[in-house]
Design a protein around this ligand. Structure first.
Ligand code: SAM
Length: 394
């Protein structure tokens, strides 16, 4: 919106999709001849044609390119080998730190699929390097909105994530029955619900869902046949449902649209009620051991407010859910300095144990937009089950 903070350049973040390629391969092909910068600053001020990149120190397989670098037509992008994804948006899947023994994993609000495909890549690498005996782990990606779930399905296929992801087209996560037999093996959940989107920086953060290359056309056509009962298209020929240019789909789909006369306060109240409902639903899965909660909002109410609401809920006490402390977080997240904030006037409850509150805030991860870190505004936290749980706050 032209505010001074937002006028700071935003890099073009590129996640190397380990399902299709490797960082080394991309450095010697798509980014051959690029110099590695020692920090982000020179990349931020470089022109779009500068051959400069920065290897992110927090998230594996993530690189930053100059703000105007354009790889939308590159073979690597069209083949799903590289994915445009803001650094902050990579935090949840990395923080969830899935392991082969996690069996079933749920991505509860998945479209357009950036975090789903990231989860899939992390899981695949780990399964390949130490497959446990028994059933192969799977990710179930729920998306309530039909149109967005079709885009999700497409993205999953192009990213090569369909080997361990099952897309639940137009399925409401809240309609799942945590105690059912079907959910018995769910051990980890990623929850990235609709939010106010107040952390998004201009249009650059909308997510381009790339078109398939000709090799993937059959996947698209299969999707078209299923989603719309149309005549079977010829393989490789684009159907009317297959757009001619890359689709742009916002990663965030606000659940409750801003309306004239709707005060921000009321809107945040409605959003946070919905977000807390989703999070406490996730906490009901009997064998779940870890949940990440994230938003691209900068508001306390949708972030720390929801986490504190969840941690003080009856289900947290009953099942022993607690915050994943900073010290327990995966390496790159532990090193991230920006942590949760507290806004006294925006939280109804009080806490007698100040240390507990401080630990929870330290477990929360924040990103600010318009800073030299080059991320959008974002929030992430993880909850874990503690077998040695003691009745806690308040
Ligand atoms: N995680 C996605 C990514 O990284 O690409 C972005 C998710 S976006 C912030 C939130 C999504 O949740 C929207 O597509 C919205 O339609 C979906 N959603 C909202 N409520 C849902 C529900 N109850 N069950 C499933 N999906 C839901």
């Amino acid at each position: 919106n032209g505010s001074p903070a937002e006028s700071i350049q935003h890099p073009r973040w590129v996640r190397i999709n380990a399902l299709r390629t490797s960082l080394d391969t991309q450095l010697s092909t798509t980014f051959v001849g690029y110099n590695k910068a020692d920090d982000l600053a020179p990349v931020l001020s470089a022109s779009g044609s500068s051959k400069l990149l920065y290897l992110d120190p927090h998230i594996p397989n993530l690189i930053a390119l100059p703000p105007r670098a354009d790889f939308a037509k590159s073979p690597a992008y069209l083949a799903g080998q590289i994915i445009f994804q803001d650094k902050a948006s990579c935090f949840p899947a990395y923080l969830l730190d899935v392991q082969p023994e996690d069996e079933d994993i749920i991505d509860a609000c998945a479209a357009p699929g950036n975090k789903t495909t990231h989860l899939s890549a992390i899981l695949s690498e780990r399964v390949d390097s130490g497959m446990p005996k028994g059933r192969a782990p799977k990710i179930f990606a729920y998306e309530k909105d039909k149109r967005r779930s079709i885009i999700l399905d497409k993205m999953v296929k192009i990213a090569g994530a369909d080997k361990n992801v099952r897309v639940k087209v137009a399925k409401d996560f809240l309609a799942t029955k945590p105690d059912s037999l079907e959910m018995e093996h769910v051990r980890a959940l990623l929850l990235d619900p609709s939010c106010s989107g107040s952390g998004i920086v201009g249009r650059d953060d909308s997510v381009k869902v790339y078109l398939p290359d000709p090799k993937s056309a059959e996947a698209t056509n299969t999707l078209s046949r299923k989603s719309k009962k149309r005549k079977r298209p010829k393989a490789g020929v684009e159907t009317p449902e297959t757009p001619a240019t890359p689709l742009e789909v916002e990663e965030s789909a606000p659940e409750i649209a801003a309306q004239d006369g709707t005060e921000l306060k009321d809107r945040l109240k409605a959003l946070s009620t919905f977000q807390l409902h989703l999070l406490t639903h996730a906490m009901r899965f009997p064998n779940a051991r870890k949940i990440t909660y994230s938003t691209c909002s900068i508001h306390f109410e949708e972030n720390e407010g929801v986490v504190f609401g969840a941690l003080t809920s009856p289900i947290a006490k009953e099942r022993g859910w607690k915050i994943l402390l900073r010290d327990e977080q995966v390496d790159g997240m532990r090193k991230w300095e920006k942590r949760g904030i507290w806004e006294e006037d925006k939280f109804d409850g009080g806490f007698s144990k100040e240390k507990w509150k401080a630990d929870v805030l330290d477990g929360c991860i924040r990103c600010e937009k318009g800073t030299e870190e080059g991320t959008m505004g974002f929030f992430a936290a993880a909850l874990v089950r503690d077998s040695t749980f003691e009745a806690a706050e308040p």
